[in-house]
Every structure is written in structure tokens, then in C-alpha cells.
Design a protein around this ligand. Structure first.
Ligand SMILES: NC(=O)c1ccc[n+]([C@@H]2O[C@H](COP(=O)([O-])OP(=O)(O)OC[C@H]3O[C@@H](n4cnc5c(N)ncnc54)[C@H](O)[C@@H]3O)[C@@H](O)[C@H]2O)c1
Length: 428
């Protein structure tokens, strides 16, 4: 199979390296495309084999000339719809990074192109592939805790990872949809997949409570600059990202910024930030279950806690995640830790043995790459996600954002894209 990648930033490397490494014997990466010439050239140099490079303005010509079977879209979220639709219309299948789109208009554009062309859209919900999260789905599907009636789900983004969404393009809702879409689409997809259900009503509240000018003043950072590279307080700031100290960040972003003004180290306390950092949502599902969901981006630790309440008992999973280098300072001594416990009515609580995984995102990324590029597609867990799963995941977030902005009105996610009632868009 022939592949092309649009968007040569941090995330695309996983796909490029898989196609040029582990899976090079059966696939070919025929083109790389990006709006930034430096990042494009860097990616081609790192590919380890000759790959044609194309500017973003030549996307259509790239497809015509290099004839990829599949286009991988790894650009900022608000550009996904344009490239997904164009690739589908040009006769390609698409692998799209999450979130599929940032708003209902973009989603409609993708759904229309998919329906017109009948081509395959895959949304890379890598979180599904982590062995521990797949195991939760197995336990629930086996009926071990009976019928799931309610879920309590909290996701903690720490001050290193969480802060990173406030430094660059994610910080404006028009680019990312805000964290309810950009980040929580992973979590809403997990809920839909774990429960094998789709959301029917969402209410939510959100606020920007921490990444504010007032917090900067409280931390003694009054008079900070607009970006770390020229901030006189960089030595005093626990949130500073010094790209010049990190060869990877320097080459990928710092040395490329003159070409497009993409500054990766904007101050996390800027007044002009347009996204929130604290969210609570209540979701009702079409199978009668409900979920309470909390996300915040300035936690003292990183990870998730989820409890499924069933008619026969409770299933609880807790994962302390320590991953990624995003600038800022992590407290010393943090370690990965994962537990799953099952507590059936009338029985003592017991620990569930979790299958081991290795590789990025708790072992999820290598398993997803095997599913995408490997030989066999016999995944018994239904982890591959198409445009329908991508759609339901972002519809929850778009509905939650609309509810929060309206002061808490109940929103039916399906009402945002009326076509979702068509039989072809039943949950995938
Ligand atoms: N599944 C995951 O765990 C995961 C993790 C990280 C990122 N992502 C997703 O991957 C995508 C990329 O994120 P990233 O962190 O690599 O971002 P990034 O900013 O590092 O890279 C984006 C790249 O797209 C290019 N670009 C920007 N606008 C463009 C345009 N209009 N046309 C062509 N190229 C353009 C930029 O020059 C840059 O090279 C996002 O959708 C993000 O949500 C997913």
C-alpha cells in the first residue's frame, strides 16, 4: 500500500517511522506534505529513505502525482476537515489523527465526503489499544458487573502535560475545539466504546481557572513575556519551555518558526488564551447508563480514575501516567502505576491482573500501528475506529462545550448533525 502524510510535526513521526521501518517491507511512504518547509525537510531527512516532499499548497497535486492509497492527516485539528474531505474526494482512504474535526460544520463536510465516496476513514484512537483499557471493555462486555448503570470518570492532566495545551495552537478554540473536543474526544470515545453505547444527552460546566494572568501574579510572575524565549522570568517559572535546551524541540519548532510564526513556547498565563482548563460533564447514554466526567489541566499528578457501577458490582481502574517531555517541571519520584479492582456484591474486593504493554501511551501505540499497518485485521476487541466512532467522540465534546457556554442547558449530540440518524451512521 502507498501512503502520504500531511502534517510533519511531532505526532506524524510515529506513522512515518512505522512506514519507513517496521512496515517498510509491505508499505511505501510516497510523500510528505507540510506548510512549513523546515519541518518538511527535517521529516524527509529523518525518514531514512527517499520520500518526496510537497508544500501544503500542492496537496491535490501530490495526490495526483504520487497516487497514495491512504492519506494520513496529522495537521492541527481545525485543518483536518479540509484535508480529509479532499483526500476522500481524490479517491484515497484516510487515517486521521483525533479529533476528527473541531466543530459540527467541519464534521458535516467530512461525513458528506465519506458518504459520497464510500472511502474508508480511520480515526486513530490509540487510547483504546492500551491493554488495561481493552481489558476493561472485555470485563464489561462479559457481563461480570452486570448491566452498567453509571460511570464516574476523572482525567487528571498534570502541570507539565496539561500546561502544554496552553502554549500553542490548542490554546484557541477555533484551532482545537477546546479541550472538551481536542483532549476529551479520547475519553468520550473510551466511554462510548467501553459501554458500547452512544451519548444521547450532555450537560456541562467549564471554566478557565488556572492558566490565567491572575495565577501568574500569584506565582510572582507579574511582568512575564509573551513567550518563554524572550521572557526575563524564565528562570523563575516552573512552566517555562526552553526549546533551545532540547535538541528535538529546537530542530522541530524553534529553527522553523521564522517561516510561519508558529511559536511553540507562548506563555501559559496569557490573557488571550481562549480555552478552558476545568470541565465537568454529565452524559446520558442511549442504553440508559449515565456518566460523570471531570477533566482538569493543572493536576498534581497525571492519569485517570474510572469506576463502572453495575447491577452486580463495581469495576475500578486507576492509572498514574508519567510520560512525555513538554517543558515545565515534574516533581521527582513519580512512577507509572496501574490498578484494576473488581468488587462484586457479596464478595471481597479483588485485584485484577492487568496484561502488560510496552511502548508509547502505555503500550497502545505499537498495537494500534500493528492494527493499521500489520497483516492481520482480526482484532476481536473492535478497536479500529471509523468516521462514526470519530463523530460520536467529538459530538459529545461539542455538545458539552455548547452546554457549558449556555450555562448548563441539556444538549442532544445528535441534534448537532441531524444526518447522524441515518442508518449508515449508527455507531461504528
Ligand atoms: N493520538 C494522540 O495521542 C495524539 C498525540 C499528539 C497529537 N495528536 C494529534 O495529531 C495532530 C498533530 O499534532 P502535533 O502535536 O503533531 O502538532 P504539531 O504542531 O507538532 O504539528 C503540526 C504540523 O502541521 C503543520 N501544519 C499546520 N497547518 C498546516 C496546514 N494548513 N497544512 C499543512 N500542514 C500544516 C505544521 O507545520 C506542523 O508541522 C493533531 O490533530 C493532534 O490532535 C494526537
Amino acid at each position: 500500500m502507498r501512503y502520504a502524510i500531511i502534517g510533519c510535526g511531532s505526532r506524524h513521526r510515529m506513522f512515518r517511522d512505522a512506514l519507513c521501518g517496521t512496515y517498510a517491507d509491505r508499505h511505501e511512504l510516497v510523500a510528505l506534505c507540510d506548510s512549513n518547509p523546515s519541518r518538511l525537510a527535517l521529516s524527509a531527512a529523518e525518514a531514512g529513505r527517499p520520500v518526496a516532499t510537497w508544500p501544503a499548497s500542492g496537496f491535490a497535486q501530490m495526490i495526483a502525482d504520487t497516487r497514495p492509497d491512504t492519506v494520513i492527516v496529522a495537521t492541527p485539528d481545525h485543518t483536518h476537515a479540509e484535508y480529509v474531505a479532499a483526500a476522500l474526494e481524490a479517491g484515497c482512504d484516510v487515517i486521521c489523527e483525533k479529533p476528527l474535526a473541531t466543530n459540527a460544520d467541519e464534521l458535516r463536510r467530512i461525513l458528506a465526503a465519506q458518504a459520497r465516496t464510500g472511502r474508508q476513514v480511520t480515526v486513530t484512537f490509540n487510547y483504546r489499544y492500551s491493554p488495561a483499557r481493552t481489558q476493561l471493555r472485555e470485563i464489561i462486555a462479559a457481563g461480570t458487573i452486570g448491566r452498567v448503570t453509571a460511570v464516574d470518570f476523572r482525567w487528571h492532566l498534570d502541570r507539565v502535560h496539561g500546561a502544554d495545551y496552553f502554549r500553542r495552537w490548542h490554546r484557541q478554540k477555533e484551532n482545537s475545539g477546546g479541550l472538551l473536543v481536542h483532549k476529551a474526544s479520547h475519553h468520550f470515545d473510551l466511554l462510548n466504546w467501553w459501554l458500547d453505547a452512544r451519548p444521547s444527552q450532555v450537560t456541562a460546566a467549564s471554566s478557565r481557572a488556572f492558566y490565567t494572568p491572575e495565577t501568574a501574579v500569584g506565582l510572582g510572575l507579574a511582568g512575564h513575556g509573551t513567550r518563554c524565549a524572550d521572557c526575563r522570568l524564565v528562570e523563575d517559572c516552573d512552566f517555562a519551555l526552553v526549546m533551545d535546551d532540547d535538541p528535538n524541540l529546537r530542530r522541530l519548532y524553534r529553527e522553523a518558526e521564522a517561516e510561519d510564526g508558529y511559536n511553540r513556547d507562548l506563555c501559559v498565563f496569557d490573557d488571550e488564551i481562549g480555552i478552558e482548563d476545568t470541565f465537568q460533564a454529565q452524559i446520558r447514554f442511549d442504553n440508559g447508563a449515565t456518566a460523570n466526567y471531570t477533566l482538569y489541566a493543572y493536576a498534581p499528578w497525571e492519569g485517570l480514575e474510572v469506576t463502572f457501577i453495575g447491577t452486580k458490582g463495581e469495576l475500578t481502574h486507576r492509572h498514574v501516567e508519567v510520560h512525555g517531555i513538554f517543558g515545565g517541571t515534574r516533581p521527582p519520584g513519580e512512577e507509572e502505576a496501574m490498578t484494576t479492582t473488581l468488587h462484586l456484591a457479596g464478595e471481597p474486593m479483588r485485584a485484577v491482573r492487568i496484561p502488560e504493554g510496552s511502548g508509547d501511551h502505555g503500550g497502545a501505540d505499537p498495537l494500534m500501528l500493528e492494527d493499521l499497518f500489520g497483516d492481520g485485521h482480526d482484532d476481536a476487541h473492535g478497536r479500529a475506529s471509523d468516521h462514526r466512532a470519530g463523530m460520536w467522540a467529538i459530538l459529545t465534546g461539542i455538545a458539552a462545550d455548547a452546554s457549558a457556554l449556555s450555562g448548563g442547558a441539556a444538549v442532544d449530540p445528535a441534534s448537532l448533525v441531524p444526518a447522524v440518524h441515518s442508518p449508515g451512521l449508527a455507531m461504528g
